[in-house]
Design a protein around this ligand. Structure first.
Ligand code: SF4
Length: 323
């Protein structure tokens, strides 16, 4: 039986011919949704740490972080990928990005780059810089969160779904690998909205997806809404069921890079079940098995239906009417 989903490890092994390790690095980047350009408050679910390690603020440059963090993976003979995770790493003038990429290229034995950013921080000039960087395999991690513009406004994302579609198409056309971040359980959304976001992704040239359950983290706008009784987190079993459905709707080649969110130590306010990352992963795997479903299955069924429909059309070989 082939695997029920295509993981990032499998995708990277196909690229490098061995295991690969993402090394999280903090380049001291900022975000237009936090510095006042778009807003000061940030996305409703984000706190001021911006998912980062904070090492840059503590005075550690990229080379020092790289030297401190690559030892074990190096000893195991793994391909080393620099992972610029925190905030929006393509934000600012192109010259800043050019300097950042040049510095990344000097890190010893770097075999590739994963870079987190926002779709509205990615114009043609920056895409060209990324595509030309001497960094081997380059993956862009871009937040979409929802394909519903009303939700994006509600959570204060500061961009639309069309902005994401444009950026992902342009980046893919330049040879970059795009990973989309999406969330289930956003305020005001149902499971149907989440699955509509997944269907939207399936129409785009993306190479990977990270699924997140919406977390209430300390210091976020969502924490205030939750405390006031204005937000109820998704139930654990509903999240597991929703992700399994989402997996069936994604094309088989898309790498599923994350199946649930990973709260930073001490930051999780709710739901408590989100702290059990491994347990949720086991439940997702068990449900895929129990229901005998797999990645891309929904699209296979859709194609089969289209083929049958084609045969039923005038001139087809199946007579119209009930099956
Ligand atoms: S989630 Fe990302 S884009 Fe939103 S405020 Fe935080 S760092 Fe900025």
């Amino acid at each position: 039986m082939p695997p029920r989903l295509h993981t990032l490890s499998q995708a990277l092994r196909a690229v490098f011919g061995r295991r690969a390790k993402k090394i999280p690095l903090d380049a001291g980047s900022s975000c237009p949704n936090r510095d006042g350009t778009l807003s000061l408050g940030g996305c409703l679910f984000c706190n001021a740490a911006g998912s980062g390690t904070g090492l840059h603020l503590k005075g550690f440059g990229l080379l020092a972080q790289w030297a401190a963090l690559t030892g074990p993976a190096r000893r195991r003979g793994e391909a080393l990928l620099g992972y610029l995770q925190s905030f929006s790493n393509t934000y600012g003038p192109p010259e800043r990005l050019a300097a950042l990429l040049a510095e990344m290229a000097t890190l010893p034995d770097i075999a590739g780059l994963c870079l987190g950013t926002r779709p509205d921080c990615l114009d043609d000039a920056k895409i060209s810089l990324l595509a030309a960087a001497p960094l081997g395999h380059v993956r862009l991690e871009m937040g979409l969160q929802s394909a519903n513009d009303a939700t994006l406004a509600r959570i204060n994302r500061g961009h639309t779904a069309a902005t994401f579609a444009r950026a992902s198409r342009d980046a893919a056309a330049a040879g970059l690998f795009v990973t989309a971040h999406v969330m289930a359980g956003l305020p005001g959304e149902t499971v149907a909205d989440f699955l509509a976001t997944v269907d939207f992704l399936a129409t785009l040239p993306i190479a990977g997806v990270k699924f997140h359950n919406t977390l209430v983290v300390a210091g976020s706008g969502l924490a205030g809404l939750y405390a006031a009784g204005g937000y109820v987190p998704m139930a654990r079993e509903d999240y597991v069921a929703a992700v399994c459905q989402a997996i069936t709707r994604l094309p088989a080649h898309v790498a599923i890079e994350r199946q649930n969110a990973d709260p930073a130590p001490g930051e999780l306010v709710a739901p408590a079940w989100a702290a059990d990352k491994q347990g949720i992963l086991r439940e997702i795997a068990a449900r895929l098995e129990r229901e005998d479903i797999w990645q891309g299955m929904g699209m296979e069924r859709e194609r089969e239906e289209e083929d049958k429909e084609c045969l039923r059309r005038p001139g087809g070989i199946i007579p119209p009417g009930p099956p």
